[in-house]
Design a protein around this ligand. Sequence first.
Ligand SMILES: [Zn+2]
Length: 416
Amino acid sequence: MLIRGRLLIDPTRSPELGWLRIESARIAEIGTGDPPRDQPAQTLGGRDCIISPAFTDAHIHLPQIDSAGCDGLPLLPWLESVIFPAEIWWGRGHALSMARTAARRMLREGTFNFAGYLTSHAEINREAVAYLRDKTPLRFIVGRVAMDRNAPDELTAEDRARASSRPVPSPAMASLGSNNNHRISANPRFAVSCTDELLAEIGWWHKEHPEAIIQTHLAESQQECALVSELFPRDPHYTAVYDRANLLTPTTLLAHCVHLSDDEWRLIAQRRSIAVHCPAANIFLTSGLFDYHAALRHDIRLALGSDVAAGADIAMPRVARGYIETAKVRRMTVDPDSPIPTPADAWNRITRENADLLGWPDTGRIETGAAADLLVLRVPETWLDEHIVGRLIYNWSSRLIESRIIAGQAVDPAKL
Ligand SMILES: [Zn+2]
């Protein structure tokens, strides 16, 4: 296969006209200008097309795929009245159809890789993971949610019983994610839903499986932080609760990180854990404005996530826009020195950097030898200038995507 267009190899520079030769699912050759005469039979793209790496979402809840837009509540009441019922619904036999909807929507918006959450039901989640692995081309890290308190019985029973399921990936579930493109993580929901014992059990498990990924939420809303200090009165702060349980590791994804002290930022930096900034969700639930300046000051490893359904939008370019806008609002309000990410920085994060942080350094980039995971974007001719990346972010629509190429194959999300 040959793909022609303006190659978004480095989003800080105007993309130049060129071509990619795809062979055995990889980018075999990159050329500038017009393609060679002996072209392969299948050619995609054209002179008005932008060729971009596909997107990676570092935080999404598949069971919440139809819950976006239920507005008016802050985090904790929203979980209770909108999200827990949706997760119960997933567990009552709807997991496969919801997983399919989520996969279709991600692919439609150009997201080919994600790290996400399922629910706390072991058995049905095994089926959902098998579906994602066998019937979709997505790369993923997913985990069964571990939770044993402060939620309906139907969601906490399995972890309270510690019988039919373990808080950590069971061998049956772990075997579903046996290669690097499909991995099973441990997902303690957050400190509010987990007893000390449950967190400790996951921490001990991680000591035996240091390569495994842990996903959790940290300091999303102030009400949540206050409740955590009531539930864990002996810990000096929220981040220490996870650290005491051995849950702050270089393979830990900490979603939100909105309300953190300097001590907490330092601890996260020291442990090399990854903060996942979910800008749309933070605004939707009025949780707060992520402190990008602090993350930079502390040299935090930073990923971006949609956090569907607290984030109403699954499209990563819109998440990138929220990332820029949150920093702008902070500069206009609380921090006149707040740096503002450029569109190129934001594009890099939703492509290459998110992929690197999730352990997939062979995708999210246009490089010889990288996986041919690409988007062919058809844009108006007038966009083809030095502002192209900002134009893509601020005018994003899935209609811009002409073709989705995953591992060298054109994929149609409607056919999943
Ligand atoms: Zn979340």
